[in-house]
Ligand binder design. Structure first.
Ligand code: AMP
Length: 401
């Protein structure tokens, strides 16, 4: 079975074609600048790479180009579109309308468009445009919506509710939904496999630390709490997002800066986080370089990031009543040894014995492999696990079929 995984943004469309028997990526690539002059597709397959400079006024043309690249004479990996058994679409927010991977039908699309767009105005409409384009170009091919939020659907009410009027929660669906679910699901199940344990026996904290960061408590394979909230703005401070902040401080800041509601939310999403604290960059490579040169605000941003991550790990160990494993994943989690060290060195009291040498040896990339960075006799295992959200989307789609 071959599954096409599609991740559509407002002007981009990334894809992977995955063979489910071997779970190997047969081809992958991405369309850039859809609807903007100078659009192009960078595609890989069959051991080669090609750039297609084509006008892509919309997502329909983009998906047509992807399909022709998959059948290209040089880098093609299939002979006909019919070889694609299904399409799995990455979707960000589900609200309470979808709590699992869902087969695409006209009715499902209507609910998605009418009910969830306002929950994730930057992501869901763009992703839905990708789904609609595929429906047009590939009629008859089964398609699934795989939500970032569904892994978190198992959270108990006490974890996902905010302390607001319960009737307002019911009326407006204002609660914690969580994000990066496919990543948290993937790395927690990989951790169990690596440790040779049944996931039902394990209490795991998964730290997805990337430009967007979230931390989850996974008890017995089920998410019981997560740091992102109603939107991805909540939790620890991130590349450009503030993370948790007192709601009254938001109103105060907006008044002082003369900003509208929309402007202050944009500010909290785009101008804050480690970029705001350091005044230098949202990228940890720049922060580390700044710290080396003695830039105190870069050091402060790094310190805050590790401190807040550590606090969540401790809180989630308490929430689960124990801790067997901590997983680091995503751009920062996989590549920044100093962050991992600062988080783990503060967790000795929980039974974390850290192996500094193994952590440093995997200083750059962990090379796509799982690395154990706790000492042999550590009660709590610490692992670096490269995430693979596309594979989860493909697996979920295959399972649904
Ligand atoms: P992601 O959102 O998972 O793609 O993560 C992207 C972020 O990972 C970047 O913004 C950087 O902050 C961080 N990152 C990527 N590569 C490295 C590296 N080699 N060293 C430190 N941080 C890195």
């Amino acid at each position: 079975m071959k599954i096409l995984v599609v991740n559509a943004g407002s002007s981009s469309l990334k894809y992977q074609l995955i063979d489910m028997e071997t779970e190997k990526v047969l081809a992958k690539g991405g369309c850039e600048r859809i609807g903007i002059r100078g659009s192009l597709l960078k595609a890989k397959g069959n051991g080669g790479e090609k750039v297609f400079n084509r006008d892509m006024p919309d997502h329909k043309v983009a998906i047509e180009l992807v399909l022709s690249a998959l059948q290209d004479k040089d880098i093609g990996v299939i002979k006909s579109m019919k070889e694609i058994d299904a399409v799995g679409h990455r979707m960000v927010a589900s609200g309470e309308y979808f709590n699992k991977t869902t087969l695409v039908t006209e009715e499902v699309m209507k609910t998605l468009e009418e009910k969830t767009f306002e929950l994730a105005p930057l992501h869901n409409p763009a992703a839905a445009t990708g789904v609609r384009a595929c429906m047009e170009v590939m009629p008859g091919t089964p398609m699934a919506l795989v939500f970032d939020t569904s892994f978190h659907a198992t959270m108990p009410e006490k974890a996902y509710l905010y302390g607001i009027d319960y009737d307002d929660y019911k009326k407006y669906g204002v609660r914690k939904y969580g994000f990066h679910g496919t990543s948290h699901k993937f790395v927690s199940s990989e951790a169990a496999k690596y440790l040779g344990k049944d996931i039902s026996e394990l209490k795991i904290v998964t730290c997805h630390l990337g430009n967007g960061s979230s931390i989850s408590a996974v008890d017995g394979g089920k998410c019981v709490d997560t740091s992102m909230g109603f939107t991805p703005l909540a939790g620890i401070l991130m590349g450009t997002r503030s993370g948790d902040i007192d709601a009254s401080a938001v109103e105060f800041l907006a008044r002082k800066k003369g900003m509208t509601h929309a402007e202050i939310i944009e500010y909290l999403n785009k101008k804050c986080g480690v970029a705001g604290i350091s005044g230098v960059s949202s990228d940890f490579r720049d922060l580390l370089a700044g710290e080396k040169k003695g830039n105190k605000r870069c050091s402060l941003a790094l310190e805050m990031f590790a401190y807040q991550t550590k606090k969540y790990v401790g809180a989630y160990a308490a929430a689960m009543g124990g801790l067997d494993c901590i997983v680091f994943t995503a751009g920062i989690g996989e590549n920044t040894p100093t962050v991992r060290e600062e988080v783990c060195e503060g967790l000795k009291f929980l039974g974390v014995k850290f192996n500094k040498r193994a952590n440093k040896a995997n200083g750059g990339r962990s090379g796509g492999k799982i690395c154990e960075i706790s000492a042999k006799n550590s009660k709590v295992k610490v692992l670096i696990i490269p995430t693979n959200e596309e594979l989860v989307i493909a697996r979920e789609t295959a399972e649904l079929l």
